[in-house]
Design a protein around this ligand. Structure first.
Ligand SMILES: Nc1ncnc2c1ncn2[C@@H]1O[C@H](COP(=O)(O)OP(=O)(O)O)[C@@H](O)[C@H]1O
Ligand SMILES: N[C@@H](CCC(=O)OP(=O)(O)O)C(=O)O
Length: 265
């Protein structure tokens, strides 16, 4: 399938996962964040609008405290996210500054889906930032999001969050950057013979069966939540790509129509 239509896409949501932000040994991958800032700034110069959905608050918090294991209690996890989120945002802000771009932090809970006023507020905030060529950087508000009996506030994972953000912002395309090149017919970390799927038009039972667990202790999603996100995107009549976060510059080629990663459309 030709991907020439990519050239017409204007509003892009880019989701970057914990495994792409952290190097092995739980250090922040500065090169990756810098390349991402370069790519987003270049896209804005080309007249596109970019929203980032970032994971990594918990991972960066753990790195800051030199933890190697995922903490057991919710309060420890939430405290870690609070520590990591501000450090992470500081890095984004500095790397984007080099390219003369401002960033803005938006932390969301499920209230944006449940309450119309919250939905409209976040939509308005995102549009106002984009009009000023400022890059909204979104994460779940991990420090407060928890599910109480009659108040569900958690998205649970950032793949779901990124599909919701793509819906609220009426984006043309969601790009999910991961530590794999796309959806394979089985987990490529466990099966060296796994083959990459180039295009998926519908999330069938057969597609769902291909996905299994997550790539590291600090990630929450795995391929299964990326497929859930894809299902949402297809229902919203939008497009999504899962691609490797190894070299964010490949996003420029994706938007030129190069066949990279798995396309859901
Ligand atoms: N069919 C599949 N194709 C590709 N990756 C898969 C598949 N099934 C499971 N995975 C796993 O999904 C992981 C990516 O998801 P995740 O750990 O949430 O990473 P991220 O932090 O990038 O969101 C891969 O590292 C891989 O181990
Ligand atoms: N909000 C969490 C995101 C966790 C998450 O979904 O991680 P991932 O599977 O790497 O996208 C954080 O910032 O640590």
């Amino acid at each position: 399938m030709s991907r020439d239509f990519m050239k017409d896409y204007k509003r892009i949501v880019i989701k970057i996962g914990t495994n792409s932000i952290m190097l092995e040994g739980n250090q922040i991958d500065y090169k990756k964040l810098d390349r991402l800032a370069f790519v987003c700034s270049t896209l804005i110069q080309e007249g596109k609008e970019v929203i980032i959905v970032t994971s990594g608050a918990v991972g960066v918090g753990a790195s800051h405290l030199n933890l190697t294991e995922y903490p057991q209690t919710i309060e420890e996890q939430q405290a870690l996210a609070a520590i990591g989120q501000s450090i992470l945002m500081g890095h984004y802000s500095r790397f984007f500054q080099y390219y003369n771009r401002a960033t803005a932090q938006i932390l969301l809970t499920r209230d944006v889906v449940t309450f119309e006023t919250s939905y409209n507020n976040v939509k308005r905030t995102m549009n106002t930032l984009l009009k000023q060529k400022i890059v909204p950087i979104i994460n779940e508000n991990d420090a407060i999001a928890d599910d109480e009996l009659n108040h569900q506030t958690k998205f649970g994972d950032n793949d779901t969050l990124s599909a919701i953000v793509a819906g609220v912002s009426e984006a043309d395309l969601l790009i999910i950057m991961s530590d794999v090149n796309g959806l394979y017919d089985s987990n490529p970390k466990e099966n060296p013979d796994a083959t990459l799927i180039e295009h998926v038009a519908e999330i069938t039972d057969e597609i769902e069966l291909m996905a299994s667990g997550k790539g590291s202790a600090f990630a929450t999603g795995g391929m299964a939540t990326k497929l859930k996100a894809a299902e949402k995107i297809l229902n919203q009549k939008q497009a999504m790509i899962i691609t490797s976060g190894e070299d964010p510059v490949s996003i420029l080629r994706i938007l030129e129509g190069d066949v990279i990663g798995t396309l859901f459309k």
